[in-house]
Design a protein around this ligand. Structure first.
Ligand SMILES: Nc1ncnc2c1ncn2[C@@H]1O[C@H](COP(=O)(O)OP(=O)(O)OP(=O)(O)O)[C@@H](O)[C@H]1O
Ligand code: SF4
Ligand SMILES: [Mg+2]
Length: 335
């Protein structure tokens, strides 16, 4: 029996209204699948659209953001066709998110346990007395002793605060968890513990995870599939094994050359910026391939026509796609 994706993102395009009525297209034609119980990594430099992808799927974009086309199927239902009221049946309850930098946004004057309880009550899950029981269960799930529910955020270490955020995101037992840079601010030892915890919880609950990270070592360690994004588009997408062992897109190749030792975790200060040049500004996107100003393999066609995302030769059922003119030999011959 073929397993159906839990989440299918299709041709997602999101724009932001900037000052002076200028429009910036932050995502263009983004597609990928998330399988039940699996982990997919979203990777790419700062500003490539990782957070915008998650916020678009959760329908939590700020007022200046708008999804202009595409579909987001969750269990076969297109979330983009739902009213806000209908969407509430899915958001937090079936899909949940640990926001980027969230552990630093905990309320400093409220006990951790109370903050988790308020999250449960906010989603109308259960009466107040039952919610208290659930707080204890959630804390235990993330490895925090129940007795620590009465401590304040400043009495928790960074790793403990992130565990509390994970507990909060799991309050409604979702099937899918978006984790936006969940370990970036933590030191390497604690990063490893938090990732291990996510893996354990995934196994226990059968959770699917979309993991946003700058760290290719983390992707190699954690992910079944990977989406490499560049300038708001998908540059390469496939099983982590294929993308790592047979990278097709020059951008992915450069990323992997920059971090040859994938078993070694890096911190965010030494992130992907080691590739010469800077990512494109959304209000000044280059014509053709968005990577062309930085690509060591750029050809004439690259500055004129954007490459399509096309399937690469792979054995068996493994999926592997990349968007680069070099990979479409017929197109180059005819150009
Ligand atoms: N509220 C907003 N208004 C205007 N532009 C925005 C807004 N939010 C994001 N953008 C733009 O959309 C693009 C994608 O941003 P996004 O935050 O999704 O990137 P990211 O990949 O998550 O980056 P990082 O790794 O730094 O978190 C960026 O160019 C950003 O400036
Ligand atoms: S399409 Fe051209 S510029 Fe873009 S990645 Fe491929 S070779 Fe480089
Ligand atoms: Mg982000």
């Amino acid at each position: 029996m073929t397993v159906q994706p839990l989440l299918s993102v299709r041709h997602l395009t999101t724009e932001f209204q900037l000052a002076g009525k200028q429009i910036a297209r932050a995502l263009e034609d983004v597609s990928f699948d998330v399988m039940p119980g699996k982990t997919i990594g979203l990777v790419g430099e700062s500003g490539c659209g990782k957070t915008t992808t998650l916020m678009s799927i959760m329908r939590l974009l700020p007022a200046s953001g708008r999804i202009t086309s595409g579909n987001v199927y969750f269990n076969g239902i297109d979330l983009l066709t739902l009213s806000e009221h209908e969407m509430r049946a899915h958001r937090w309850k079936e899909m949940s998110i640990i926001f980027q930098g969230a552990m630093n946004a905990l309320n400093p004057v409220m006990k951790i346990g109370d903050q988790i309880r308020e999250a449960i009550l906010l989603h109308n899950l259960m009466p107040r007395n039952a919610a208290e029981q659930r707080v204890g269960e959630l804390l235990e799930l993330v490895g925090i002793p129940r007795l620590r529910r009465d401590l304040y955020p400043h009495q928790y270490s960074g790793g403990m605060r992130q565990r509390a955020m994970i507990a909060m995101a799991l309050a409604c037992s979702p099937d899918l968890l978006f984790a936006d840079e969940p370990t970036t601010a933590l030191d390497v030892m604690i990063q490893a513990q938090v990732l291990e915890l996510l893996k354990e919880i995934q196994k226990k609950l059968g959770l699917a995870i979309v993991l946003v990270t700058h760290d290719l070592g983390v992707v190699a360690e954690m992910c079944d599939d990977v989406v490499v994004m560049y300038g708001g588009k998908v540059a390469e997408y496939g099983s982590a094994e294929l993308v790592y062992n047979q990278p097709q897109h020059p951008y992915t190749q450069r990323l992997l050359e920059a971090f040859p030792d994938l078993s070694r975790s890096i911190d965010s200060s030494t992130d992907l910026a080691t590739i010469p040049g800077t990512p494109p500004r959304l209000n000044a996107l280059p014509p053709g391939c968005r990577f062309s100003p930085r690509c060591h393999k750029s050809m004439e066609i690259c500055t004129q026509i954007a490459p399509d995302l096309i399937a690469q030769n792979t054995a068996g059922n493994a999926q592997h796609l990349a968007a680069c003119h070099l990979l479409n030999k017929l197109e180059i011959k005819n150009s």
